[in-house]
Design a protein around this ligand. Sequence first.
Ligand code: ATP
Ligand code: MG
Length: 607
Amino acid sequence: MRNTWRGYNTSFATCEKAKNNDMSANDKSNTPSTAATGSAPASNFIRHIIEQDLQSGKHNGRVQTRFPPEPNGYLHIGHAKSICLNFGVAQSNHGQCNLRFDDTNPAKESQEFINSIKADIEWLGFQWSGEVRFASSYFDSLHDFAVQLINSGKAYVCSLSPDEAREYRGTLTSPGKDSPYRDRSIEENLDLFARMRAGEFPDGAHSLRAKIDMAAPNINLRDPVLYRIRHVEHHQTGNKWPIYPMYDYAHCISDAMECITHSLCTLEFEDHRPLYEWILESLDRDSLHAASDSAAPAADYVLPRQIEFARLNINYTVMSKRKLKELVTDGHVNGWDDPRMPTISGLRRRGYTAESIRNFCERAGVARSAGVVEVAMLEHSIREDLDAAAPRAMCVLRPLKVTLTNYPDDKIETLVLPSHPKDESMGKREIPFAKELYIDASDFEEIPPPKYKRLSPGVEVRLRGGYVIRCDEVIKDASGMPVELLCSYDPETLGVNPQGRKVAGVIHWVPAQQALDVEVRIYDRLFNKENPDDKNIADYKECLNPESLVVLQGCKAEPSLANAAPESSFQFEREGYFCIDRYDSNAEKIVFNRTVTLRDSWAKMSS
Ligand code: ATP
Ligand code: MG
């Protein structure tokens, strides 16, 4: 039995145990599945902590998590890991997960980002509990709690300039100095804070700071700023507030107000945890309870616990919103959902399925120490998914005309091919076969290298699902490039091997008259260095791969694809997995994005 389930759902654990008492840790067959992931999640240290808390009754049997994005960019695959973790642990423990926008920095935030984040989470297959939350909807309470801290002598208004404040803060190796404003009276602090709130002062004139310890080894505890003056309009609260709370201050109180039990965040917040705890411990528990969602009596009110895990890093990728934004605004990519971006919307547009992303996050695991995951593992996840789910089709990316000289001029046969070699339920597709065809230019060599398995003069190959053909003559243009192959076909070879001759190989093809003219976008990695953030590289943009996008026009696809829906995926035989672009495809022109090639380096590495 999986650890995650033991203890909380005792009845389940007992009955499963009775049925099957030798289940190995890897056996997923008897473990209940979560709605979104479809398979049971592996245990990890966070699930273990939650399980212990459930056992000890610490949170009265509740599991309440939250996903707290700042709406200052689109979500990336790193966020997907946090989403899968937060929603996943809630789901498998009969808990809830909130979606809360941490919108305390309005200058960088926008409604566009809010909309995209909600859409991405839903697309990933998760549903937040109740309404979407906003830290900004707690601004009144956050303000009241700040007044409470001033009243209890735990916060003061500081009037050092930002430069002076930096100087007073000290360094990692030297302690800070007390601000000369640290001992202002409570009355003076209340008055100044009220005037900050009333908008009397310009940006940066004052700040509200916690009174903790300027000599603390942890710099986060050196009287951190709780509120700053910012005369900026907010996307939710308009011009109501000229002061905004800092993230560290707003986050822990928002968690407490939403009765979050486990506040999961990435490792860079580890040093902020003492501040998280200091703020909550410094506030009056009853007033926190009163401001919270809690329906339970005050005596049962428990403060949230922050737990850190390692952020997801992937090689050949950058994963900071700031850099992703720069790629967009400087035009290195075509928007946040460019299929080369590691954003959820980019991956979706590239042809990744939600399931493949969830599986990838599960496979990447949740650890306490930082590491880098191979991008090949992400690619493996989508191949695995599409190998089973994507119908097969033929598409010629670089068409070379083939004329079958011995095929009757007006004859058209209809060949019937399975849509999937291993899954009959996916049905069949029809492909017309006629005198003029296209094959891929890369499947022909006039002077073939040794062991060449494709077409060359005098050599026979099989057309996938069709006849065996032989190249008799090459027609070239003025520059010597082959423009047409005159071939003959063997009418006895449909589904039958020729007697006494060996065929070099099998190549794909499409009928020339009936093929669809399509655009194919060949995507490659956006960066050509394994670690674009390497400190020896002056600027990560130096590592941009100039060939990350190659657009092929005039590709020829089999006619069965004519009515395929946007976002549907296919395996183009011998080429890779491709999906129909959700925005740029229309009735006139189908646009395919290459999701991934066929060759799976991760499966090989890990086997
Ligand atoms: P970035 O550093 O990429 O700009 P962020 O941490 O500022 O991202 P937020 O919107 O604050 O972005 O993140 C929302 C949640 O997602 C946070 O809890 C954060 O810890 C988590 N998160 C962000 N990046 C990753 C990552 N690479 N791996 C796992 N979780 C992440
Ligand atoms: Mg952040």
